[in-house]
Structures are given as structure tokens and as C-alpha cells.
Design a protein around this ligand. Structure first.
Ligand code: NAP
Length: 297
């Protein structure tokens, strides 16, 4: 049994696998999730459950949050039953949600007032990476704190990089989302081209994945598109949240990001057709409408 007691808040698509992998690595894990049903599932694999984020913090040395957007992190941290209410000096809080870098810096300062050391540690690698424990983890905050919790992060990820001070993890994650969006646009256009030209889509994916045009999106999302499986993975709603963060930060820096803005607008069309909860690869629907193609119906 590992010595650090780990609390985990948010058992969504990502969190449920991440918490389970921490437990598998031998750490005692106490979880809380807003929707009770997901806590019942966690009890089955051996987690303790707590009544609130506050109660999780009371019994943990390290608390991990993996919820949705900035207001959600604020709620589970600063709300009346939030983790900071149950925190004592020395607690480490690792936020693995994707939120705005500026908000992360504010939360880290707020936590520090109570002697709580925070890291921003957003992830990449999707639901598959979460299940397999192969996430990339981008860490902002004190390098010494990262070393204390590294064994816990190693249960969830393979590529754990200290990116800089508070907010640097979120900034690197924003770069990752720019790459994901533009890679996916490339995948969708290549699939449309192949379909229109009448070549075998699976063979196109197989060979280009190994070439210079290969990407995570091509290897993992293109096969799902061809099978007509548009389930998330990573939802359009969340990608739009992330691109909003990117474009807001870019605006503050007076940085034009033309490609990212195009992807955001195309995904807005997916949303207009009711695709908020589809995976981001539902971007193929826009291409179907633009080019009168039919991939998945
Ligand atoms: P998800 O499946 O929608 O799960 C979200 C989790 O957060 C659920 O446990 C939800 O509780 C909880 N939650 C949301 N708002 C809350 C609030 N106000 N108070 C308390 N709990 C709240 O999302 P996910 O895909 O696991 O993503 C989690 C985070 O990881 C997000 O920031 C996302 O951007 C990031 N991320 C996701 C992926 C991916 O591929 N999915 C990849 C990289 C990063 P309920 O069960 O009650 O709804």
C-alpha cells in the first residue's frame, strides 16, 4: 500500500478511469461525484466514498479534481462544501480539469492563503489514454510539489512534464487544443477527399497514420468516423470550452489564430445541429453538409 492518501473529485469519462488507475497502483482512494450513481460504481472497484469535496479533503493528503469548466472547479473548491473548507495546511491539490490559465493562478493564490499547495495538471490522451494510464500530463506550479505527487500522476500518465509556474500547465494544454482542432480538420478534409475520389478509407487511414501526416486524431478518430461512431471521447461542448479559453487568451495577447477560429466556427455548426454531446469528430457532419457527402448514415 502506498503512503499518500488520494482524494478524487469528478468521476466523468476521464476521472473514473484515472481514479481507478490510482487505486490499482496501490494508493488508498476516496472519491466524490455530484451524481451518486458514479460513486456506487467506484465502490465496486474498491474506492471509499465521501459526502462532499470537503469530506474528501478531510481524509486526504492529495486531492485531485477533474471536473468540467472554470466555474465547476470553483464550485468544488470554494463552494460551501468545497475542498478548501476541509483542507488543512500541507494538503496538495492537483487540478486536472482544463480551465483558463488566469483562473488557475487565482485559485492557486487562494489555496496558498490556507497553506494548500496547488498544481495545474491538465491532461491529453482522451478517454483511451485515461483508461490505459498513458495520459500526457502538463504541470504548472512548484516543481518540488510535483515531485511529491509524481508517483500518483505516474499511475495515470506516461509523459509528465513540468511546464513552469502556476498556469503554465493550462497554457500548454491550450496549445494542445489548438493542435487537436487543426489536426482534426485535416483528418476530416482527407477523409472527404478520399471518399469523393473513391479510395478505400480504411487503407488510406492505415498507410497515412504511419507517414508524416500521422496524428492522434488520424489514428484514433478517423476509424471511429468510418464506423459511424460519433460518441465521445471528447465532446464538442468541451472542445468549444477549450477553444474559447484559447481564443480569449489569444485576444489578450493580440495574437491572430486564424485556423483555430475556423475550427471553432465549424464546430459551432455541429452545435447548431444538436451535436454538443457528440465527440469532436462529429466535425465530419459539417464536411458532409459542405460537400454533399454521406459518411455515417
Ligand atoms: P465529463 O465526462 O463530462 O465529466 C465531468 C465530471 O465533472 C463529472 O463527474 C461531473 O459530475 C463533474 N462536474 C461537472 N461540473 C460539476 C460541478 N459544477 N460540480 C461538481 N461536479 C461537477 O467530463 P470529462 O470528459 O471526464 O472531462 C473532465 C475534464 O477533463 C474537463 O475539464 C475536460 O476538458 C478535461 N479533458 C477531457 C478529455 C476527454 O477526452 N474527455 C481529455 C482531456 C481533458 P456529474 O457526474 O454529476 O455530471
Amino acid at each position: 500500500m502506498q503512503s499518500l492518501r488520494v482524494g478524487f473529485i469528478g468521476l466523468g469519462i476521464m476521472g473514473r478511469s484515472m481514479a481507478r488507475n490510482i487505486h490499482r497502483a496501490g494508493f488508498p482512494v476516496t472519491v466524490w461525484n455530484r451524481t451518486e450513481r458514479k460513486m456506487a460504481e467506484a465502490r465496486e472497484w474498491g474506492a471509499e466514498t465521501a459526502a462532499s469535496p470537503r469530506a474528501v479533503a478531510e481524509v486526504s493528503d492529495v486531492v485531485i479534481t477533474c471536473v468540467g469548466d472554470t466555474p465547476d472547479v470553483r464550485e468544488v473548491a470554494e463552494g460551501p462544501e468545497g475542498l478548501l473548507k476541509g483542507a488543512r495546511e500541507g494538503l496538495i491539490w492537483v487540478d486536472m480539469s482544463t480551465i483558463a490559465p488566469e483562473a488557475t493562478r487565482e485559485l492557486a493564490a487562494r489555496a496558498a492563503e490556507q497553506g494548500v499547495r496547488m498544481l495545474d495538471a491538465p491532461v491529453s490522451g482522451g478517454d483511451i489514454g485515461a483508461r490505459q494510464g498513458t495520459l500526457s500530463i502538463m504541470v504548472g506550479g512548484d516543481a518540488e510539489v510535483l515531485e511529491t505527487v509524481r508517483p500518483v500522476l505516474e499511475a495515470m500518465g506516461k509523459n509528465i512534464v513540468h511546464c513552469g509556474p502556476h498556469g503554465a500547465g493550462q497554457t500548454v494544454k491550450a496549445c494542445n487544443q489548438i493542435l487537436c482542432g487543426l489536426n482534426l480538420l485535416g483528418v476530416v478534409e482527407a477523409l472527404a477527399f478520399a471518399k469523393k475520389a473513391g479510395v478505400d478509407l480504411e487503407k488510406m487511414i492505415e498507410v497515412t497514420t504511419q507517414g508524416a501526416g500521422g496524428s492522434w486524431a488520424l489514428a484514433n478518430l478517423a476509424p471511429r468516423i468510418v464506423k459511424g461512431d460519433l460518441a465521445p471521447g471528447f465532446s464538442v461542448r468541451f472542445q468549444q470550452k477549450d477553444l474559447r479559453i484559447v481564443l480569449q487568451e489569444a485576444e489578450q495577447m493580440n495574437l491572430p489564430l486564424v485556423g483555430t477560429a475556423v475550427v471553432q466556427q465549424l464546430l459551432r455548426s455541429v452545435q447548431a445541429y444538436g451535436g454538443d454531446d457528440d465527440g469532436t469528430h462529429a466535425l465530419i457532419r459539417v464536411m458532409e453538409r459542405l460537400a454533399r457527402l454521406d459518411f455515417t448514415r
